[in-house]
Ligand binder design. Structure first.
Ligand SMILES: [Zn+2]
Ligand SMILES: [Zn+2]
Length: 343
């Protein structure tokens, strides 16, 4: 009997390997040979003990090649390069049925591998439902394809910001999510202003296409945005840093009819002061964004396949699956962007 390896986070800073039986795909199943799986915040939180859910088969940003398909699969063929959507939705709840599956009441309950709960991308193989497998361009670099999921999250966020041609758009924070927001906002035809404390990250912002860079440690970004926009304030602001004071800054720097998107979750979740009268009179929209929809995932795979978004500068390192603990340690360092694990 043929088996394959799955990495499982067993306890705080402890990852082991399980052998799982390799099966033939049934009717609507696709067996994917994993090429690359990126380490996201969810996996870092479980590994470092911030989230206690052991044993956990992590890895939800994966891409690979189709190895075998079930009889009823139509969308992909053996040998196709694919990205997989691993944080799926139940399909049965109110939100799944009214077209907002990203708000699914049971999302994050993924059970891809038989040996442990979790999305299970840190593995040599994954058995997927055909509906969660997205075909990519045959020439795509699969380390890039693995970033379809984080890109899809940003696509959803950008859509919520309703960017128009020529808009002044501010992106607060230039981690990987901020960097992807900058590229997407440029594609939407905006003038993009990046706010960040770290000069090295501001360099990345420039590489991503940002038009104006503000070091928020050196200049007051709210005043600076007022100056740049002739006193109007920004048309859309995306806050990608989990600090409540910056969420307040995002609201303060937006102008009339401005859209403010709280992209990140906030830790700690401190309340902020908002002037209800300002919201009333300016018709500002303050919203958030959480998880991508299927449509956002499809758009993300198309943007990567078509080379409209370039993630090469956002991959800090590729590390073999057997050295996954080393990869995790590297991923939790603040100076790295995405670390990719490769079986
Ligand atoms: Zn992710
Ligand atoms: Zn649901």
């Amino acid at each position: 009997m043929e088996t394959y390896k799955v990495a499982v986070i067993e306890d705080v800073k402890k990852i082991g390997f399980k052998e799982v039986k390799k099966r033939e795909p049934e009717d609507r199943q696709v067996l994917v040979k994993v090429d690359s799986c990126a380490i996201c915040t969810l996996e870092q939180r479980v590994y470092s003990g911030v989230m206690n859910r052991y044993p956990f088969a992590g890895g939800h940003e994966a891409a690979g090649t189709v190895e075998a398909i079930g009889k009823k699969v139509k969308g992909v063929q053996v040998g196709d390069k694919v990205a997989v959507r691993l944080l799926n939705s139940c399909g049965e709840c109110y939100y799944c049925r009214n077209g907002h599956e990203n708000q699914c009441t049971t999302s994050f309950i993924a059970e891809t591998q038989e040996c442990a709960m979790g999305p299970g991308g840190f593995a040599e193989y994954m058995m997927m439902d055909a509906s969660d497998v997205y075909k990519m361009d045959p020439k795509i670099d699969l380390t890039h394809a693995a970033l379809s999921e984080p890109l899809a999250c940003c696509v959803h966020s950008i859509e919520n910001g309703q960017i128009g041609l020529g808009d002044d758009v501010v992106v607060i924070g230039v981690g990987i999510m901020g960097a992807l927001h900058i590229q997407l906002a440029k594609l939407k035809g905006a003038r993009v202003i990046a706010c960040e404390l770290d000069d090295t990250r501001l360099e990345i912002a420039k590489k991503m296409g940002a038009d104006i860079l503000i070091n928020s440690g050196k200049t007051d970004p709210v005043k600076e945005i007022q100056k740049i926009t002739e006193g109007r304030g920004a048309d859309a602001v995306f806050c990608t840093v989990p600090v409540a004071a910056l969420a307040k800054q995002a609201v303060d720097m937006s102008g009339k009819l401005g859209r403010i998107v709280f992209y990140t979750s906030f830790h700690p979740d401190n309340p902020i002061d908002i002037s209800p009268n300002k919201v009333h009179s300016t018709e500002q929209i303050i919203t958030g964004t959480v998880n991508p929809m299927k449509k956002d995932f499809l758009i993300a795979t198309r943007l990567l396949s078509g080379k409209l978004i370039d993630v090469s500068a956002l991959i800090s390192d590729c590390i073999p699956l057997e050295n996954i603990e080393e990869a995790m340690e590297k991923a939790i360092r603040p100076d790295t962007y995405r670390i990719i694990v490769r079986p």
